[in-house]
Design a protein around this ligand. Structure first.
Ligand code: SF4
Ligand code: SF4
Length: 263
């Protein structure tokens, strides 16, 4: 699973690098662009700035994917998420094992911080719809990554891109968890996503290794199945589990080892 994910991440990076060459247009494939342009499209049958129907198709495709396998787009394809993840993995390569663990905010603070992405999304959409401009472009780390210093870019795009890469070295995926407006769009669809990580209660030995590797701060070892919207189905918990059948990707259903109700 992790090899497949790495292959997917590298493939997306290579495709993006190709789109950055003269003649390529990476912006037309941005799924968040589809969300940004949706208001003008449905009210006036036109698009915001340089966006087009391909952005809408991308947004629809990723929402459909999310309804099937939650936020797997984030862990398999999003270049911003990939950079954050690789930054966290770099830590394991360069630091001794006793310093691998990154700092995470206390649970209550983490809960509030995770809500920050919703007002951020609301502000972006409000001003994008009313100003008919891509106002997020001035802060967009994806734009900083791919636009080759494109027009409208500001210091803040680079600062956020640098901050999310550097930040992920010290805190698990801070941009994806707390700030990403696309994550805020996908979360309601992810919450009802079909596939989920399931834990076989009978096989699990409560070692909590799965909790330690979850970049989204989910306590996998305490739940029969992971239905949290923020689960990216990265499969790191399955890879970390020492037992071959305790964790698996599956469909809704009864936990194989769960005790009978009333027993
Ligand atoms: S619960 Fe497992 S699959 Fe979901 S985000 Fe955490 S480690 Fe990844
Ligand atoms: S890593 Fe596997 S055995 Fe350990 S707590 Fe998680 S599911 Fe149970």
């Amino acid at each position: 699973m992790q090899k497949l994910r790495l292959l997917s991440q590298i493939t997306v990076m290579v495709i993006l690098a190709r789109m950055m060459l003269p003649g390529g247009n990476f912006e037309q494939w941005c799924p968040f662009g589809g969300v940004e342009t949706s208001f003008l499209y449905f009210t006036e049958d036109t698009f915001t700035c340089s966006l087009g129907s391909s952005n809408l198709y991308m947004a629809l495709a990723i929402i459909t994917l999310t309804l099937i396998s939650r936020r797997s787009f984030c862990s398999y394809a999003c270049p911003v998420g990939t950079l954050g993840e690789w930054s966290g993995k770099l830590r394991k390569k360069v630091l001794p094992k006793k310093r691998w663990k990154r700092w995470s905010p206390p649970q209550r603070v983490d809960w509030w911080l995770r809500k920050a992405k919703y007002p951020i999304l609301a502000v972006i959409l409000y001003f994008t719809f009313t100003e008919r401009e891509l106002i997020f472009r001035a802060f967009d780390p994806f734009y900083a990554l791919c636009s080759q210093n494109g027009h409208d870019i500001t210091f803040w795009s680079y600062a956020i891109l640098g901050g999310l890469i550097l930040g992920a070295f010290f805190i698990p995926l801070p941009f994806c968890r707390y700030l990403c407006p696309l994550a805020a769009v996908l979360n309601p669809f992810s919450k009802v996503g079909f596939l989920r990580i399931r834990r076989d209660h009978g096989a699990c030995v409560d070692c909590t290794l799965c909790d330690e590797v979850c970049e989204q701060g989910i306590e996998v070892s305490k739940e029969p199945e992971i239905t949290h919207a923020r689960c990216t189905q990265c499969g790191e918990c399955i890879t970390a589990c020492p037992l071959s059948k305790a964790l698996y990707l599956g469909m809704p259903g009864k936990d194989k080892g769960a005790p009978e109700v009333g027993s």
